[in-house]
Ligand binder design. Structure first.
Ligand code: 5AD
Length: 344
């Protein structure tokens, strides 16, 4: 199957499953990562784009069973950043070299559409050369339109899993894959650069589920894809499950790079959390984005999606210098650019 995939860059669901069944074969993994890097280099060179991540609220009305900041977790200390605090993060991030800011948060009704739009307008007003990415969950078409008109450029909304049954087992009744997918199509229609994605090794997930995720990405054609290993959080019902595999995650990053050649593909925080050199490995598998945290240190600890999330301790401050070194050690270089998706 590897030969067919390397030739056509596109497979059926059943064929993706066969390809994935070879994930532990190092020869196959190497051939995939070589092709993935070649393709990335063709479209983006050896550039690694940075996104300054601002986790501005950890209040969430949802209760995704795997997530540490789910509504039902009474042990999670909650916070919201003020508009001034958010702008301060942007100023600091701009000085560091970021030209994209990602506003990420739980689904927090306190931030009404109007408040959110006002924040977007302020950031775009003060930093006209920067892109604003939103990652604030499922909203109506009208809300997405308002944010777009306020200046938002991109939107991250992982689909989490493209399998109905697995989706239902990971989320409470009231959330649905259908709605999730509709949001992604709405965002595309409104002209956002859209990011979908999923966890690798989520409880109950099989290779067949992952093959479905690949087929969904192939169909959606997102400009970005966020793929990271599942990591248990102690205050969830999956606290004792084992984490997803680094190697399988890297394998999938390469497959996605080949399938969606111009995709912006982050080496995720979860990858860096599970393996100290996980992000370097991600770059060598075809990733070209890194998303360091800009949130105030006292809040980071509270934005705990899973256990031991990196960047939450003072001493491991993710300076641009340390990220530049990571990029370099993978044969790449960190750049200070917006890093928009190349249009094919
Ligand atoms: N492990 C790994 N990733 C997680 N996310 C949420 N909880 C976990 C976890 N326990 C991911 C989800 C979500 C993103 C913000 O973080 O995919 O979309």
């Amino acid at each position: 199957m590897i030969d067919k995939f390397l030739e056509s860059h596109k497979l059926s669901g059943a064929e993706y499953l066969t390809l994935l069944e070879g994930w532990e074969n190092q020869d196959i993994a190497r051939r995939l990562s070589q092709e993935a890097v070649r393709i990335r280099d063709h479209y983006y060179g050896r550039k690694i784009f940075t996104r300054g991540l601002i986790e501005f609220t950890n209040y969430c009305k949802n209760n995704c069973y795997y997530c540490g900041i789910r509504n039902g977790n009474r042990n999670a200390g909650r916070y919201r950043l003020t508009e001034e605090e958010i702008l301060k993060c942007c100023h600091m991030g701009y000085e560091m070299g970021h030209r994209t800011f990602v506003l990420q948060g739980g689904e927090d009704p306190w931030f009404t559409d109007e408040k959110t739009a006002a924040i977007i307008r302020r950031i775009k007003g003060e930093f006209p050369d920067c892109a604003v990415t939103l990652s604030i969950g499922e909203k109506s078409y009208e809300s997405y339109r308002l944010f777009r008109e306020a200046g938002a450029d991109r939107y991250l909304l992982r689909h989490e899993t493209a399998d109905e049954t697995l989706y239902r087992s990971l989320h409470p009744a009231g959330m649905s894959l259908k709605r999730r997918k509709q949001c992604l199509y709405d965002l595309k229609e409104l002209g956002y650069q859209v990011g979908a994605g999923f966890m690798v090794g989520a409880p109950g997930q099989t290779l067949a589920h992952l093959a479905k995720d690949l087929v969904f990405l192939q169909e959606l054609q997102p400009q970005m894809a966020g793929i990271g290993p599942f990591i248990p959080h102690h205050d969830t019902k999956y606290g004792d499950e084992k984490a997803g595999s680094i190697e399988l995650t890297l394998f999938l990053l390469s497959v996605i790079r080949i399938m969606l050649p111009a995709v912006l593909l982050p080496a995720t925080t979860a990858l860096g959390t599970l393996d100290p050199t996980g992000r370097e490995k991600g770059f060598m598998a075809g990733a070209n984005v890194v998303m360091p945290n800009l949130s105030p240190m006292e809040n980071r600890r509270l934005y705990e999606l899973y256990d031991n999330k990196i960047g939450t301790r003072e001493e491991e401050g993710e300076s641009m210098e340390s990220l530049a070194k990571r990029a370099q050690s993978a044969g790449c270089r960190l750049v200070s650019e917006r890093g928009d998706a190349v249009m094919l």
